[in-house]
Design a protein around this ligand. Structure first.
Ligand code: ZN
Length: 140
């Protein structure tokens, strides 16, 4: 029996990923924010992963798409028993507008928001504060 999992975002086609019996995967979810002009913020959601067959590992990029705050993202896992079997949903979330993990300012409230894995971000203002703290510690 083959294993499958599905990634779906509201309003887009499901991405189906098939795995052989001896394969396993780790999935890495991340999102990052780009700002073209003030007030014009685009958030991109990425699904990457590692596919293992025995000791061999490949890094895969499965999906990358623009999301809006409020879009629903579903990750579903399924033991495929035939075409048309509805996927069993294991994980579902609605991303909010990204914010700085340190000061909680939203992407549109700062000049730059830099993304790290697992939805952590830091803004340009917190980076400046951090640099000041580091410089002060180096003086003393
Ligand atoms: Zn900040």
């Amino acid at each position: 029996m083959n294993k499958q999992f599905y990634i779906s975002v509201s309003g887009q086609d499901d991405i189906a990923i098939n795995l052989a019996e001896n394969e396993s995967v780790s999935v890495v979810l991340s999102h990052s924010t780009f700002r073209k002009e003030p007030g014009d913020v685009t958030t991109t959601f990425k699904v990457d992963g590692y596919r293992w067959i025995g000791d061999d590992m490949d890094i895969i990029s499965w999906a990358e798409f623009a999301i809006e705050p409020g879009n629903e993202i579903k990750i579903s896992f399924q033991e495929a028993s035939g075409p048309g079997t509805p996927p069993k949903t294991d994980l579902r979330f609605v991303p909010e507008e990204p914010e700085c993990s340190f000061c909680q300012k939203k992407a549109r409230e700062v000049k730059t928001l830099i993304a790290a894995p697992f939805f952590a971000h830091i803004c340009d203002e917190c980076i400046e504060t951090s640099v000041d703290i580091i410089k002060q510690r180096q003086v003393t």
